[in-house]
Design a protein around this ligand. Structure first.
Ligand SMILES: Nc1nc2c(ncn2[C@@H]2O[C@H](COP(=O)(O)OP(=O)(O)OP(=O)(O)O)[C@@H](O)[C@H]2O)c(=O)[nH]1
Ligand SMILES: [Zn+2]
Length: 400
């Protein structure tokens, strides 16, 4: 059962053959949302979501960024989980020319259930923030340690609602090098959540899908922090494990969240728009079994004929919306968390595919020179994604 399935608005939000980023202007669904006026189109503000398990170093990273010189005015939203909300949950706007963060208008974010708080109260907070647009040109959102980024990402990615004034630049996941393996294996103090998930999945004996898994599988960048607390060997084991879960993410190791550069690691990731050859390169080694729960799988196939483009889209719809493999005897349940593809068409065009959970976006570039020579590549990160079965299902569907 897909945890998002009860959220009936999600699957219908995106038409399969359209580009969500240029699709429509139906941003009237959220009252009070500030949108650009017709005659003065306003540039969208990028948002990076900073996630990571309890105590991994998210706030340390944000504080580090606010004191670094980066030439940007960054609005930071701390959506903390705990009792210290009065101090921590405030919006700060960092002036590009000053090194100290200035407290700015208070933006309350609710405590408790992250789906609801982010969807409802969190949205209001960000709308509130957008009314002051011009004061800042970048938003960093620190989620609570228990947040599932798969629920948050679509809010900013889709072109309606908040996506009309903000665009999702990417998801950065902080990982505690000392504790992450334990979190992946046991859920680390997250027993209630594990019990909940086990029930949801009707699978008490299957491998655990922990919050740590969800945060790593959706990440565009993983920052393995607290390297001072582990040996080099331990660190290498951690990096390998993360790489096996998410073969698409950039991985960096840090102490005190001091990333070597902000550009490309925290800011300006462009993880939800272009899909470059380099993006898919790391994931090219098929798939690995270092983590029993989540894997990255790559499917390669020849350029599509024009007639096969619809079949390919049918394949995507069926795996993402119905969560079954078309034209396949396999009935193993699976969940796709993240998906990227570069699919050349024989007429010279190139399809770029982006997906998060059951939402996906196809962008067709016209007459990309040499696209056809590349071969098609589809990378899937998820639970129960059986690479050979997916491969067979896709090939059978393309033949129809
Ligand atoms: N030893 C060590 N401690 C660190 C490092 N980075 C951060 N810390 C400490 O770890 C603690 C948690 O860091 P935070 O930045 O608050 O972590 P967080 O992810 O924001 O935590 P929550 O918001 O509570 O989930 C703080 O005491 C930090 O000073 C590091 O690289 N090494
Ligand atoms: Zn924090």
């Amino acid at each position: 059962m897909n945890p998002d399935a009860s959220d009936d608005e999600v699957p219908s939000l995106v038409e399969p053959e359209t580009n969500t980023k240029v699709l429509d202007d139906q941003h009237d669904e959220i009252p009070g949302l500030v949108t650009s006026s017709e005659d003065a189109p306003q540039a969208k503000v990028p948002i990076t979501i900073v996630t990571g398990y309890l105590g991994a170093g998210k706030t340390t990273l944000l504080n580090y960024i606010l004191t670094e010189q980066h030439g940007k005015k960054i609005a930071v939203i701390l959506n903390e989980f705990g009792d210290s909300i009065d101090i921590e949950k405030q919006l700060t706007v960092s002036d590009a020319n000053s090194t100290s963060a200035q407290p700015a208008p208070f933006v309350p974010l609710a405590n408790g259930c992250i789906c609801c708080s982010v969807k409802d109260i969190g949205v209001a907070a960000i709308e509130n923030l957008m009314e002051q647009s011009g004061l800042f040109d970048y938003i960093l959102l620190e989620t609570t340690g228990l947040a599932d980024p798969g629920n948050i990402a679509p809010m900013f990615w889709l072109d309606d609602g908040l996506g009309s004034s903000i665009f999702l630049d990417g998801i950065v996941t902080l990982v505690d090098a000392k504790n992450v393996l334990k979190s992946l294996d046991e859920g680390l103090g997250d027993e209630e959540k594990i019990e909940e998930r086990k029930k949801e999945e009707h699978d008490e004996h299957g491998p655990l899908l922990t919050t740590a898994h969800l945060q790593i599988s959706h990440a565009d960048v993983v920052i393995v922090n607290k390297t001072d607390l582990v040996s080099e060997e331990e660190l290498e084991t951690v990096v390998q494990r993360i790489r096996s879960i998410n073969g698409l993410a950039k991985i960096k190791t840090t102490t005190k969240s001091q990333v070597p550069q902000l550009e490309g690691l925290v800011l300006d990731l462009h993880a939800y728009d272009e899909v470059t050859d380099a993006d898919l390169k790391f994931a090219s080694k098929g798939h690995s079994h270092l983590d029993p729960t989540i894997t990255t799988s790559t499917i390669t196939f020849p350029a599509l004929s024009r007639a096969q483009v619809d079949n390919f889209d049918f394949f995507l719809r069926t795996i993402l919306w119905e969560e079954i493999l078309p034209n396949s005897a396999s009935h193993q349940p699976f969940e796709v968390h993240r998906l990227k593809g570069r699919i050349p068409v024989q007429d010279g065009n190139l399809l770029l595919i982006q997906g998060v959970r059951n939402i996906y976006d196809t962008n067709e570039l016209e007459a990309e020179a040499k696209a056809e020579n590349e071969g098609a590549k589809l990378v899937l990160i998820g639970k129960g994604v059986d690479q050979p079965a997916f491969n067979e299902s896709l090939l059978a569907t393309l033949k129809r």
